[in-house]
Design a protein around this ligand. Structure first.
Ligand SMILES: [Fe+2]
Length: 124
């Protein structure tokens, strides 16, 4: 387990991100949580891979090449931009657009990822 790793409980669906600590495993609902590996290629009809576009103030991240649904039961819950020493996270809600703006230099970005409550973790 390392900083920024994301884990999911396959019993209750809780998803957590590591911000400190170095234990061997995380337990939820009495079971080891699963470490999520971000997917990079779409296998579903909806598109999930985040796209990064430069703006005047930084970048805009859009999910995905055709906009992902933002319905009550199926939506993008958050988008994260990771630099060497920062994790910037936008929290999204159903009904909003699956996109977010970040005041960050595109060159500083090491990773961009998003979480879909149905299809899991994805990165650019
Ligand atoms: Fe999805």
């Amino acid at each position: 387990m390392k900083l920024r790793d994301i884990y999911k409980c396959n019993v209750c669906g809780n998803v957590v991100e590591v911000i400190y600590g170095n234990t061997e495993s995380l337990v939820c609902c009495g079971e080891d949580m699963e470490k999520l590996e971000a997917k990079t290629e779409d296998y579903t009809v909806e598109k999930h891979v985040p796209m990064v576009e430069e703006t005047d103030e930084g970048v805009e991240v859009i999910v995905g090449s055709t906009l992902h649904p933002m319905e009550e039961k199926h939506y993008i819950t958050s988008i994260e931009v990771l630099t060497a020493d920062k994790v910037l996270r936008a929290e999204l809600k159903p009904g909003e657009e699956p996109k977010a703006e970040f005041a960050v230099d595109k060159e500083e970005i090491e990773d961009v990822r998003e979480y879909c409550n149905v299809h899991g973790l994805w990165k650019a």
